[in-house]
Design a protein around this ligand. Structure first.
Ligand code: ZN
Length: 104
């Protein structure tokens, strides 16, 4: 296991024009009711230079990963015969400190 992102996503106060929905923005819902939950920051396994985004189906609540390019036309792998989702990794926020000290 390798953790290579020491810092979380930078918070920016960028004010985008609210009229343009980016397909990779959290909250975006494509015509197939597939909603973007968040960017996972992981690299896509099917497309170069694409990140995996966490999507949730609005019909069956299935959650899966999808690269940024395919979001706008994504079909749910569970209920719409879409391509299998890309792997979703849990955010690396689990801290297992505490009772790990060697006692003797
Ligand atoms: Zn579904």
């Amino acid at each position: 296991m390798k953790l290579t992102s020491p810092s979380g996503p930078a918070r920016r106060s960028a004010q985008r024009s609210a009229t343009r929905a980016l397909t990779t923005e959290p909250g975006f819902v494509n015509p197939n009711r597939q909603k973007v939950i968040a960017s996972t920051g992981a690299a896509s396994t099917t497309r170069n230079n694409q990140a995996i985004y966490h999507l949730r189906c609005g019909l069956c609540a299935h959650e899966y990963g999808c690269n940024g390019l395919d979001i706008k036309a994504r079909l749910c792998p569970a209920c719409q015969n879409g391509a299998p989702g890309e792997p979703l990794r849990e955010p690396a926020t689990m801290l297992l400190f505490g009772s790990e000290q060697p006692s003797r």
